[in-house]
Design a protein around this ligand. Structure first.
Ligand SMILES: CC(C)(COP(=O)(O)OP(=O)(O)OC[C@H]1O[C@@H](n2cnc3c(N)ncnc32)[C@H](O)[C@@H]1OP(=O)(O)O)[C@@H](O)C(=O)NCCC(=O)NCCS
Length: 305
């Protein structure tokens, strides 16, 4: 077994391997070779690209009898986002089949050493938003269908640092929209960064009440963002109600109305992820007809996990 940098010729066998493993994950869309190559070679969804610009980004494979049997990619954040701080190292995406313990643990160790050599501090592994966006930004996290990867991360020195729950709702008919408060205004979100982000923001909505931003709901249902399923599947990434406005039905209204808009765009399945400890939000989602389909994990280094 050898460990080396990924080559372009590894992508096809890695795609076959990933497809076999992804088939175990509930409701994982089929990922085309082209999508896979884009994500493995760079950052197809743009987020990590922006936040790691100028820092080394690497992809490694463990090879046995000429074939890649394990994959890991790394980056160092030059701009903090989600739970990652500026300067923090990240083991972006790891996969290997069960049975490749020795290769995968060694690959994780070497990739982590590389992160440190590249200046990345307090490495985290498989963090939301850091890996591929095959159909949303939780795809880097370790799904419950791949428990061996979690075990091997722990053997290599990582510890679980939190979970995300994946939920979905099948839409048999258009739900009934909920009226927003009189005098409130629903606006398309303004992009904070570049035009590229502006395109991402087109289905995001912010609710303004008496000159204050009261709530927001960020949604995706373009082929580019919800990959593999096109417009038939939507993804709600962020629902939030400002503290002063909570408990008045705005969270439910923002979500329900976003689901109605997604339905009108042709979506028949709506999905989201939420922190495993966010029971308040989960109560809302369950009452809106969402059901949990998976639990996914992120990891931190050792005691800091
Ligand atoms: C989760 C959140 C969006 C809910 O928004 P909200 O406007 O306060 O919620 P609503 O008034 O619309 O309530 C909707 C449902 O949520 C659940 N809920 C909300 N607050 C609750 C509470 N204090 N206790 C129990 N359930 C609660 C209930 O199911 C409630 O329905 P009900 O009032 O008919 O029982 C809001 O609390 C929030 O922004 N939290 C912080 C950000 C966050 O966690 N976002 C979710 C990210 S995935």
């Amino acid at each position: 077994m050898t460990i080396r940098a990924m080559k372009t010729s590894d992508i096809e066998p890695l795609h076959r391997l990933y497809s076999r493993l992804a088939a175990r994950i509930p409701n994982h869309p089929k990922v085309s070779l082209e999508q896979f190559a884009t994500e493995l070679k760079g950052f197809g969804t743009g987020r990590m690209e922006q936040r790691t610009a100028g820092a080394p980004r690497r992809a490694f494979v463990a090879v046995r009898t000429g074939l890649p049997v394990a994959f890991a990619s790394t980056a160092v954040c030059t701009e903090g986002f989600w739970e990652l701080a500026t300067g923090q190292g990240v083991l972006r995406f790891v996969f290997a089949p069960p049975g490749e313990q020795e290769a995968c643990v060694e690959l994780i160790r070497r990739a982590t050493a590389r992160i440190r050599a590249d200046g990345g501090e307090r490495p985290m592994a498989c963090v939301y938003g850091s890996g591929p966006g095959f159909h949303n930004w939780a795809c880097a996290m370790v799904p419950s269908a791949w428990p061996w990867i979690g075990h091997w991360l722990c053997m290599a020195g990582y510890a679980p640092a939190g979970s995300e729950i994946r939920m979905r709702r099948v839409l048999e008919k258009r739900p009934r929209p909920i009226a927003l408060p009189k005098g409130s205004e629903l606006r398309v979100a303004t992009a904070p960064e570049s035009d590229r982000v502006a395109e991402e923001f087109q289905h995001h909505r912010h609710l303004w009440i008496d000159g204050q931003e009261a709530a927001q709901c960020h949604n995706f249902y373009e082929e580019r963002f919800v990959r593999g399923r096109g417009k038939r599947m939507s993804y709600t990434e962020w629902l939030g109600v400002n503290e002063a406005f909570r408990g008045r039905g705005l969270g439910r209204a923002m979500l329900r109305n976003a689901v109605c808009r997604a339905y009108d765009e042709g979506c028949r399945v709506v999905t989201l992820t939420t922190d495993g400890c966010n029971f308040r939000a989960q109560a809302l989602y369950v009452s809106e007809g969402y059901a949990q389909t998976d639990t996914m994990w992120r990891f931190g280094w050792g005691e800091e996990g």
